[in-house]
Design a protein around this ligand. Structure first.
Ligand code: NAD
Length: 324
């Protein structure tokens, strides 16, 4: 298939590009590189450095190749940043996505996979969280993604665009050989932050130890990036086979507490870095764990790398090789 991957220089997008190329797809990448890395893009992909919102340039990419599908990762990812600057998120994540969807319409691209987030649920009233749980984002990041989900449902109804919104829980881990991994700047995710503390023997900041969880720290559902990418392959196969609009959680259904995560980083690294316990941050839910039965039952999703030990081992391998 001929596939356009936006955000293919980012963490998850670069793994997706590699996986598509390994199955023989022809892959184009659009990325501005403002938050990605050119060297993360597989050399067999055709790379177009441009912003999603450069209408004429992006239209040129669409009109010169008839894509079978678009997998849309490009966007900003920080809840904290979105709470400081909501306009940035509604512009880049919502308007940027709308423009890509509109290019699909004009160029007769019929399949679209969207990187959504568990953040669309807000503070859950039910754990594990099924897809039909109420959506009530607590920050502009989650809202910016939910708006795109709604936009897609209209393009499906009116224009016949088939789509899958994949609501990722916590993407994590790295290539098994440590050759590719997560390199956000600034980094806000707990596993790379804890690894950074181990590598530099800095203190690790634990925000909140009085949550309603078994050890008082937040519980999250971690999905290894290799499993996450596989969920996109399954979603793509689904869209090609059964036209429609689909929403799937991508998580494992098992949660790990922040304390468990940090203990695992200590175990894998062999470094007993100090932990400082701080007040809660606002907006952190006690527990966010996916009900992953829909994607397992409908698409046969079966994560292979998403146990905490494999996630942390692969992330450690990557960061210890690439630490500056
Ligand atoms: N990482 C996670 O745990 C997680 C969880 C839920 C959802 N998501 C979503 O998955 C997607 C990918 O996440 P990631 O962790 O790989 O992020 P990332 O920041 O590593 O990658 C995003 C890429 O998009 C590019 N980009 C951003 N805005 C652009 C624009 N206007 N034009 C062109 N390129 C642009 C950046 O340069 C970057 O390379 C995002 O949409 C994110 O919201 C991620």
């Amino acid at each position: 298939m001929k596939i356009l991957v936006t955000g293919g220089a980012g963490y998850i997008g670069s793994f997706m590009v590699k996986r598509l190329i390994s199955r023989g797809d022809k892959v184009h990448v659009i990325d501005s590189l403002e938050r990605g890395h050119k060297d993360a893009i597989d050399s067999e992909a055709i790379f177009h450095q441009m912003n999603l919102m450069d209408w004429d340039e992006v239209e040129q990419v669409f009109s010169s190749s008839q894509f079978d599908a678009v997998i849309h990762f490009a966007g900003y990812i920080s809840m904290e940043e979105s709470a400081r600057d909501p306009g940035l998120y509604f512009c880049n994540n919502t308007s940027g996505s709308l423009e890509i969807i509109e290019h699909c319409k004009r160029n007769n691209v019929k399949n679209f996979i969207f990187s959504s987030t568990a953040g669309v649920y807000g503070n859950p009233i039910k754990i594990p969280i099924p897809e039909d749980h109420p959506t009530n984002p607590v920050n502009p990041y989650g809202e910016s993604k939910l708006m795109v989900e709604k936009i897609l449902s209209w393009f499906n109804k009116i224009d016949g665009l088939s789509y899958a919104c994949l609501r990722y829980f916590n993407a994590s881990g790295a290539a098994i050989d440590g050759s590719m991994g997560e390199a956000h700047d600034p980094e806000t995710h707990i596993i790379p932050k804890a690894i950074e503390a181990a590598l530099n023997n800095n203190e690790f900041k634990m925000f909140g130890t009085d949550y309603q969880t078994q050890d008082g720290t937040c519980v999250r559902d971690y999905i290894h990036v290799l499993d996450l990418v596989e969920a996109h392959i399954l979603a793509l196969e689904k869209l090609v086979k059964d036209k429609g609009g689909y929403i799937y959680n991508v998580g494992t259904g098992k949660g790990y507490s922040n304390k468990e995560v940090v203990e695992m980083v200590k175990k894998i690294s062999g470094i007993n870095f100090p932990i400082v316990e701080l007040e809660r941050r606002s907006g952190d839910a006690d527990s966010l764990v996916a009900d992953s039965s829909k994607i397992r039952n409908e698409l046969g999703f079966n994560p292979k790398y998403s146990d905490l030990e494999t996630i942390v081992k692969t992330a450690w391998e990557y960061h210890s090789k690439n630490s500056k």
